[in-house]
Design a binder for this molecule. Structure first.
Ligand SMILES: *Cc1c(COP(=O)(O)O)cnc(C)c1O
Length: 378
């Protein structure tokens, strides 16, 4: 089954009891047992719920893994993964990962004795140099946010295997439609399903898929023990949203490519970052490890003042954090998502005050272009 068909027919189709074509919302906490321990596969909804189970089966199939697990947010998903580690364990983490990832590792799991080193995951030697005897995993994002740096999943999976540690990939930006980290050698893939998978700015959720069943069992134990599960209603919203992931991602990408090429031709913009552009430093790698380049673009308008002007003039780009929904969003990372990073560190990374990030929606690209044109040219 090809990915577009798998998005429609993958996982559990409808309801075997009634023939309902969509999976029903099992709004239930507990299940009747005919005798002690005799049940139909569900005992209590923290442990398992049929609607969540349908979503978990579906994402596992889409990512090509053995076990899927659904959580109340991307951060709940990551926190459950991090709960596999013990006091004194060490992880190597990408140096420009999502701010919340950095926060939960440095301010929460550090208190429990998990140690971390931040390294540029687009540099395999830097990652390898950061590995210690206590290292248990490499945690990476590709492409990163907002600089859209691309890291080589396959080569990092070889580094991980050589050292007997796990490779954990945040696949939020690419989605299983464009990129399958497990096929490239990763052990665990996770998503903020709040973004492209949900796709409609109406749900906060996290999804995890493990390559092998044993790791899946371990994470299910933690999911049940910690309890950060996704509820049945939100599981259903996600199942519904994901059916159209294929057509949405195609549109996001086509619009993003058109806008990136147009922005790159403008003389009043110093830098356009989009992995689909030949000018992107890891364009060839992005082409090799994925089937597409996604819908995120960053570009530099030169100053904080000009960024403010652009933000105040756009009509179709909503000023908001988050990404990946049908509507186009615009943000200034230095003063929004990355404001908590010290200014010197931001400068080192290249997150300038004039850097604008857009999550390209699925509106008519001509309207988006005209909107940016008037916002940039006054
Ligand atoms: C949003 C995001 C997260 C966190 O997910 P939530 O659903 O907001 O908890 C993690 N990683 C990336 C790349 C994100 O964009």
């Amino acid at each position: 089954m090809r990915i577009k068909t798998r998005l429609i027919h993958g996982g559990i189709e409808g309801d075997p009891h009634t023939g309902a074509v969509s999976v029903p919302i099992y709004q239930v906490s507990t299940y009747k047992q005919d005798a002690i321990g005799q049940h139909k596969g569900f005992e209590y909804s923290r442990t398992g719920n049929p609607t969540r189970h349908a979503l978990e089966t579906y994402i596992a199939e889409l990512e090509g893994g053995a076990r899927g697990l659904a959580f109340g947010s991307g951060m709940a998903a990551l926190s459950t993964i991090l709960s596999m580690f013990n006091k004194g364990d060490h992880v190597v983490v990408g140096d420009d990962v999502y701010g919340g990832t950095y926060r939960v590792i440095t301010r929460v799991f550090s208190r429990l004795g998990l140690e971390a080193t931040y390294a540029d995951t687009s540099d395999g030697a830097a990652v390898e140099a950061a590995i210690r005897p206590e290292t248990k995993a490499i945690i990476m994002e590709t492409p990163t946010n907002p600089l859209l740096k691309v890291s080589d999943i396959e080569s990092l999976s070889k580094v991980a295997k050589k050292h007997g540690i796990l490779l954990i990939v945040d696949n939020t930006f690419m989605t299983p439609y464009w990129q399958n980290p497990l096929d490239l050698g990763a052990d665990i893939v996770y998503h903020s399903a709040t973004k492209y998978l949900g796709g409609h700015s109406d749900v906060v959720a996290g999804l995890v898929v493990t390559k092998d069943a044993k790791l899946g069992e371990e994470l299910h134990f933690l999911q049940n023990a910690i309890g950060g599960i996704l509820g049945p209603q939100d599981s259903w919203i996600l199942l519904r949203g994901m059916k159209t992931l294929g057509i949405r991602m195609e549109e996001h990408e086509q619009n993003a490519r058109t806008l990136a090429e147009w922005l790159e031709k403008r003389s009043d913009i110093s830098r356009v970052i989009y992995p689909g552009l030949a000018s992107h430093p890891q364009h060839e790698l992005a082409k090799r490890q994925g089937r597409g380049f996604g819908g995120m673009i960053s570009f530099d308008v030169g100053s904080a003042a000009r960024a403010d002007e652009v933000l105040s003039r756009v009509k179709y780009f909503t000023l908001a954090e988050s990404l990946g929904a049908v509507e186009s969003l615009i943000s200034v990372p230095a003063r929004m998502t990355h404001a908590s990073i010290p200014a010197e560190r931001r400068a080192e990374l290249g997150i300038t005050d004039g850097l604008v990030r857009i999550s390209v929606g699925i509106e008519d690209v001509q309207d988006l272009m005209e909107d940016l044109e008037q916002a940039l040219s006054k």
